[in-house]
Design a protein around this ligand. Sequence first.
Ligand code: ZN
Length: 272
Amino acid sequence: MPELPEVETVRRGITPFVEGRRIRSVVVRESRMRWPVPALLNEQVQGRTIVGTSRRGKYLLLHLDSGDRLLIHLGMSGRLFVLDHGHPLVKHDHVDIELDDGKLLRFHDPRRFGAVLLWLHDEPAHPLLIGMGPEPFSDEFDGTYLHRLSRGRSAAVKTFVMDGRIVVGAGNIYAAESLFRAGIRPTRAAGDVSRPRYDVLAQKIRDVLNEAIVQGGTTLRDFAGADGASGYFQQDLYVYGRDTLPCRRCATPIKRLVIGQRSSFFCPKCQR
Ligand code: ZN
C-alpha cells in the first residue's frame, strides 16, 4: 500500500512530465473507485494547463490554471504511469489524462480503493483533506507540537503518532522505525513521553520518511513505464518485520506485539 514516501516519489517522478502541459482530454473507463470519479471530469478540466503539483498526506494534487485541483489517491494498489497516447490498455487501466504533447498519465488500480477527484477553486477546503494533521516536513511539526498534543493521552505513543489527525505520513513501518531510532518503546503512553524525547522523535520521523523518499528516487525510471517497485525501503529496517531476529544495535531479539490492531516491533533493550 503506497505510503507518504511512495506518493511523494510518484509526485516528483511525474512532475517533469505534467507541469506546463495542457490536458487534451480525460478518458474514464471505470468511475467506480473508492469515491466515484466525477461524471463531468473531462468537461471540467479539458483544455486546462497543469501549472504544478503538490502533495497533502497521501493525496497527490495537480494544480490547474483554472484554480481547480485534480486530487489523486493511490488507495491500496493504485499506480500512475506516464505513457504515450495509444499505449495498449491492460485490465484495471481506469483513467487516462491525455496531455498535449502525446503523453498521457494513466491511473491503474486493480482494487479500486484509489480516487480521482476534482477540488474546485471555489471550495475553500476539500472534505477529504479537512482535519488532517500537519505535514511531517512542515514547521508546525516538531517535538513541542507532539508534546502539547499528547498531554493527558494514555494511548500508546505509536498509536498517537500514527493518527493522521496528529501528523500525516507516520504509517506502521515508519512509526516503528522512528520509535526505534528515538529509543522510545511503542507501548509507552503518549502522555508519558517527555518533550526532549518528542524532539528526537519528530526528527526521526522526518529522517525515516526522507530516507524512504530519497531511496524511492532511485526507482523513478521504473514507474514511468514499467513496474513501480514497492518495498524498496525494506532493506534498511531496524525492527519492522524482524521479530525474533537480533537487534541490529544490541543483538537482543526483536519483539512483536499488536498495538492498536497493528503489528508492532521493538527492541526491548534499546527502546524504553
Ligand atoms: Zn537493541
